[in-house]
Design a protein. Structure first.
Length: 156
């Protein structure tokens, strides 16, 4: 009889320990899911939809040289103009006048300097060549409007 009581106490202690262990494990899993799952989903979503542009895709973009307008060239209040330079692009590269608030790169947030080389995307947004080339090699969409340069007007 004495052995049976000891056995009951041992099994009862084991059951209590096992129940506490299961509750703690369930709490840890719940906390891990609440904290880590949104991060994992965000990372997977960001990585899955991104494909970079190739050198051939980048060479199709029209190149411009930024020229600061002199005082007599500013009848419309423009800060500068984008003058087309050599391009093997299918896009028509026309000279464009930029307003003062548009004469900066939205990637590096620096104003365009006289003689800076720019690229224009099919969505008509423009950036420093070095900035947008780095961006498009990682993600082939416009940083402002998400226009996908590989898939045409399909936005992400």
């Amino acid at each position: 009889m004495c052995c049976a009581r000891r056995l009951v106490v041992v099994f009862l202690a084991f059951d209590v320990f096992f129940a506490i262990f299961c509750v703690v494990l369930a709490c840890l899993i719940g906390i891990a899911l609440c904290c880590c799952l949104p991060c994992i989903i965000a990372i997977l979503y960001a990585v899955a939809g991104q494909e970079g542009a190739s050198e051939a895709d980048l060479s199709m973009l029209p190149k411009y040289r930024f020229r600061i307008l002199s005082d007599e060239d500013k009848p419309s209040g423009g800060a500068g103009s984008m003058v087309p330079i050599e391009t093997s692009s299918a896009y028509l590269a026309n000279e464009r006048t930029l307003l003062p608030e548009d004469a900066e790169c939205c990637i590096c947030l620096c104003s365009y300097e006289d003689g800076a080389e720019l690229h224009a995307l099919p969505c008509n947004h423009h950036f420093h060549s070095s900035c947008i080339v780095k961006w498009l090699k990682m993600n082939a969409t416009c940083p402002l409007c998400k226009y996908n340069i590989l898939k045409g007007n399909e936005q992400v």
